[in-house]
Design a protein around this ligand. Structure first.
Ligand code: PMP
Length: 361
């Protein structure tokens, strides 16, 4: 019998290996590998999710009007230019599916988020990886890589797993320099962690070729519920809504996200606490001789002498019940990505890295 072959590009996609929260033989485990909010969601969001379970027999709203109105109000944008998805991953998928296909090129950067090449392959397009400059997105290199096949440029700003970012003027220069027919996607999964940054919303408002995506999985602490959104020009939102399944978000997702986005006091509390603990942890790591870049996110990229040292530190942290993320798959084999946890978690990481470094000397 002939084997039935999938669409071109599909077998180029490596299966995702998920993070675990379990270490054999260790009881007090802290997961610091997925950039989750250690404080959890706003109590108002949890309560809204619980209340929404009284309506489980009803189909959810298909237009997401309540959630889009809340997003519009809080972010001061037009709710008719917002689309919601199952995590921002789904919104990114709508974009790739709608705007790229066989023969097209999709640009992402050297240490860019792993979903970008996956989405390009999934729609039959060719992912094109562009070099960064010292772990920072390089606008000139991206512009140099563009050609008439370029349909989408994905950048996360701030970026995962480096934690670095470029300023809005650089994003604007990138958008202005793209070839006709190419879109810039500014992935703002970590935007809220940078005080005063709008995630690129102002660029969307003034251009026809920029889309911003955002998530409820990070600062809003709702990773388990899977909710994200995008903000784009009206004609693009119209296109993306055509590939969106009508009931893609559940009643519970919609209720929790609406309450979460409205609880701006809680969001600000999480941002400030993350900033305080991130600074503390970076200083503690520096005292132990571990270098980090300035992070604009809720994680820190710790740099070691080489891959062997990073792997050994990862193993030691694991033995102490601390699960962090190896990022060799992102071209950073000498680094570990460590989510900023709550204060006890940060203290445990600092202590364990100190012990590891002393053992190495
Ligand atoms: N973009 C970036 C840069 C991310 O790090 C993540 C999550 N790791 C996502 C998008 C997707 O987030 P979600 O689908 O949970 O909204």
């Amino acid at each position: 019998m002939t084997k039935i072959t999938p669409q071109p590009g599909i077998m180029e996609i490596a299966l995702y290996v998920g993070g675990t929260a379990h270490v054999e033989g260790v009881s007090d485990v802290v997961k610091l590998s997925s950039n989750e909010n250690p404080f959890g969601p706003s109590p108002a969001a949890s309560e809204a999710a619980r209340r929404a379970t009284y309506e489980l027999h009803r189909y959810p709203a298909t237009d997401h009007a309540g959630l889009r109105a809340a997003i519009g109000e809080i972010h001061d944008i037009d709710p008719d230019q917002v689309i919601c998805g199952v995590g921002s991953d789904e919104v990114l998928q709508f974009i790739a599916q709608s705007y790229a296909g066989p023969g097209d090129e999709v640009i992402y950067t050297e240490h860019g988020f792993s979903m970008y090449p996956i989405l390009a392959h999934a729609c039959g397009a060719t992912p094109v990886k562009v070099a960064e400059k010292d772990r920072v997105v390089d606008v000139d290199a991206i512009l140099a890589a563009c050609n008439d096949k370029t349909r989408i440029v994905f950048i996360a700003n701030p970026a995962n797993p480096t934690g670095t970012m470029i300023d809005l003027d650089e994003c604007a220069r990138l958008a202005n320099g793209l070839p006709e027919g190419a879109l810039l996607v500014l992935d703002g999964a970590y935007a809220e962690f940078e005080q005063g940054y709008d995630g690129g919303a102002s660029l969307v408002a003034s251009r026809c070729n920029v889309i911003m995506t955002r998530t409820f999985s990070k600062i809003h602490g709702l990773g388990g519920l899977r909710i994200g959104w995008g903000y784009a020009p009206r004609d693009i939102i119209d296109v993306l809504n055509r590939v969106r399944q009508p009931f893609n978000l559940s009643t519970v997702q919609l209720a929790a996200a609406e309450a979460a986005v409205r609880d701006t006091g809680y969001t600000e509390k999480c941002r400030a606490e993350n900033e305080r603990l991130r600074g503390w942890l970076a200083e503690a790591l520096a005292r132990h001789g571990v270098k980090t870049d300035v992070s604009h996110t809720n994680f820190i990229l710790a740099r070691f002498a080489d891959a062997a040292e990073a792997d050994a530190c990862d193993a030691y942290l694991k033995s102490q019940g601390l699960i962090v993320r190896k990022v060799g798959g992102y071209g950073l084999p000498n680094c570990l990505r460590i989510t900023v946890g709550d204060e006890p978690a940060c203290r445990r990481v600092a202590h364990a890295v100190g012990q590891f470094r002393e053992g190495a000397e």
